[in-house]
Design a protein around this ligand. Structure first.
Ligand SMILES: C[S@@+](CC[C@H](N)C(=O)[O-])C[C@H]1O[C@@H](n2cnc3c(N)ncnc32)[C@H](O)[C@@H]1O
Length: 203
């Protein structure tokens, strides 16, 4: 199955309802930063884009799924920030929006299908302006409710950073680390999960 069909079918099975909350890592690392232009990769139903726009950011938010983007646009409208977010459909394997950004955020830009994730993130990193932030979060553990194989191995934060292939002389490390938090699964299950976070500032 191709990526677009997979993610369309995934979102078509879901309700448009959202948590109304931003990703924990986004809030932790972006709250209080000077606002500007943000690029969000893999925006899903738009809670992060809406949170950024409510905080004064001008957001470009992209996803491969038109259904997810439809939910995200409705989310922005509900929150009165539709004029501050440009939603766009992109298969990031083949295209990225142009421009430069004070923030590039990719929260769980992950897929069970093959895609050139590290290459995409490296390309998007080149769009971060001086003093801007690159913020990437990936799953660093398998929650109890996950259907992923139990013996799944997660890269360390340093391995995840190195895989991006960035010239680290051009980046200041804000954090490259694992953070534990309590999360809720799709059936309301509670459990601790680990977020692997790469936050780098362009110098
Ligand atoms: C695990 S979800 C995370 C969604 C959201 N960022 C969040 O934290 O809830 C991954 C997202 O990446 C999107 N995605 C996956 N592959 C993509 C691709 N090749 N191009 C653009 N978006 C993609 C999916 O449609 C999905 O919305």
């Amino acid at each position: 199955m191709d990526a677009r069909t997979f993610w369309e079918e995934t979102y078509e099975k879901q309700s448009p309802q959202t948590s109304g909350k931003p990703s924990a890592v986004l809030e932790r690392f972006v709250a209080g930063r000077p606002v500007g232009r943000a690029l969000e990769l893999g925006c899903g139903k738009g809670d992060d884009a809406v949170w950024l726009a409510k905080g004064g950011w001008q957001v470009t938010a992209v996803d491969i799924s038109e259904t997810a983007l439809g939910y995200a646009r409705a989310n922005a409208l509900r929150n009165g920030v539709q004029d501050n977010i440009a939603f766009a459909a992109h298969d990031l394997d083949t295209s990225l929006p142009g421009g430069t950004f004070d923030l590039v955020t990719a929260q769980f830009l992950q897929s069970p299908l093959e895609f050139a994730r590290d290459k995409i993130l490296n390309r998007a990193a080149q769009q971060v302006v001086t003093n801007g932030l690159l913020l990437i979060t990936t799953h660093g553990s398998r929650p109890s409710w996950s259907s992923a194989p139990e013996d799944m191995v997660f890269p360390t934060p340093a391995q995840a950073r190195d895989a991006l292939g960035l010239d680290m002389s051009r980046w200041k490390t804000v954090t490259v680390d694992n953070f534990e938090r309590m999360a809720t699964g799709p059936k309301g299950e509670k459990g601790s999960v680990i977020d692997t976070v790469i936050a780098l500032e362009r110098i």
